[in-house]
Ligand binder design. Sequence first.
Ligand SMILES: Cc1ncc(COP(=O)(O)O)c(C=O)c1O
Length: 466
Amino acid sequence: MVLHRHVSGDEATGRLRVRPQFALPAELAEIPRLRMPARGMGPEVAYQVVHDELLLDGNARLNLATFVSTWMDNRADALLLECANKNMIDKDEYPQTAELEHRCVNILADLWHASAAEDATGCSTTGSSEACMLGGMALKWRWRKRREAAGKPADRPNLVMGSNVQVCWEKFCRYWEVEPRLVPVGPSAGGATHLTAESALNHCDENTIGVVAIMGSTYDGAYEPVLEIANALDDECSGRDWDIPIHVDGASGAFVAPFVDPDLVWDFRIPRVASINASGHKFGLVYPGVGWVVWRDATALPEELVFKVDYLGGEMPTFALNFSRPGAQVAAQYYNFLRLGFDGYHRVMSACRETAKWLAHQIYRLGPFELVSDCEGIPAFAFRMKRGVAYSVFDVSDAIRARGWLVPAYPMPPGMEDVAVLRIVVRDDLSRDLAARLIDDLRRVIEHLESRSAGHPEKPRTGFHH
Ligand SMILES: Cc1ncc(COP(=O)(O)O)c(C=O)c1O
């Protein structure tokens, strides 16, 4: 989370005014902004103050930057509210919530082709970041155990991943003292915007605890070639005492590929894939606060990392960074599995991909843009300005914001940092109709930016008539 500074002195004396409609004559009309008020207030007033503060937050549905779910149906809303006070860790008090988590892990392990012959194990998390931390820890512990057993030094672990990884992997490396080997994308990766088998291999050695392969790169939505990377590692490791497992970061893609790319082999069908994470709150279609991680078998999840908590008089194995956590999102995840079923998820993901393809094509037809993604991965794509266009992706991002759309602009990762792109994530709540409005708005933005860069005077404004 953002780190907030403790403010003191004059700066700390700022006050919030309560609107006169809500503050009765004898009540507080002002409250300190950065200190706890000495006395409380009625719930209606407190509600109104908080509600009004939040008016300036953006409209989540128009935020095309986020992968996180911004819509659930009202039955899910009811369930979330019913479960708001349930603590996920308290398995004794809330055994049925634990049961729903158990069912979800089973559903996901099955979806990701865990073998009946192996003992896949998994858990829920607060999101993919925590899931990636747990996946990374298991890789490190497993590597260290093997090195120590062989009487070899185990003090210089490294993790190989594309420079396009999400920041949680850099965090993992820093917090758990693992050298991040960020493989540049772009020309040195044969032009790919992500990790390739060859580029990964060039960075592996005996101290590599694992390779992270992403299903749905955050930068442009592309799937990384998990099978090719695994095959290349098979060749590289044979004849050596190396054992380099793959962790698949399927934050978005592990909820997309099973439904729309069933023939793509990226999951536990590949023996080298040790673990997979996904965000329930992205294409799992749940509001923020839930992720998942599954390990293929007991070797992939070292026993030392597992803690036991009380459960109906017995003990239940757990692996988590947090202790207390809301149980509501797990119930909502299970609700989605029941409500949509395989067929429902298939329809949602197909619709998102179709809308993404349609939108990408329309954007290309606008003229000044060229596509960076082919929309064959998760329903998200990146596009850039064509050479010679006099304004930048940053200008477009700023201008489209005036209509409420949040379309982020940023440079591509190391190896391609000279390329700046805009990215759109198509979630299930971006209908084709809404997407068409976005195209209309982009067209207006382009006209405006083009006339401005051509030095044309601004069109006279019509004024405000009513
Ligand atoms: C590939 C990838 N991994 C990990 C994460 C972190 O996920 P979360 O926001 O669920 O913690 C993201 C978030 O966008 C992501 O795209």
